[in-house]
Design a protein around this ligand. Sequence first.
Ligand code: SF4
Ligand code: SF4
Length: 174
Amino acid sequence: MGAFLEEVNRRIDGVPIQRCYHCRKCSAGCPVAFAMEYNPNKVIKMIQMGKRAEVLGSSTIWLCASCETCVTRCPNDVDIARMMDVLREMVIEEGLGAREKKILKFHEAFLAGIRSGGRINEPMMIARYKMTTGDLFSDLKMGLDMFMKGKLSLISPKTKDMTSVRKIFDRTKK
Ligand code: SF4
Ligand code: SF4
């Protein structure tokens, strides 16, 4: 087994991805496959072929929305959503730089919101995301429309059990 494949499997700590027989049911059901550089099952093939730089440098791993449609469709229980998580973690840990930088900023804004209140306050999260990307006005009209229709609430309750939230962050921090 190649070193890259072995490393990914070890981190997934579940069904080994070589159980995939490339039926492509995952890719056929993936809601964002149309925008991906490589289809989800192609990523598996590339890992098997040891194409480390191409996989970790691809936009695909950042476009995955972790919806788990692929996991439910897979006849072999291959957890592609987990695999994508693992690949993103590897990019961050190795300081390789995310191909989709704004998506990484979005993840960071989301986690910062959870860390501070246990749940997401959408306006605060959007403000944080906008400040870090410098992309201040691109979705302004949509944001205002959503606000006028009551889809964005300025106030959201904090989680009561913040101790548990902090413990999760403490356990998972590197
Ligand atoms: S659905 Fe499962 S077996 Fe089929 S291509 Fe996708 S990961 Fe492989
Ligand atoms: S978890 Fe990712 S790869 Fe799987 S179907 Fe959803 S977006 Fe596609």
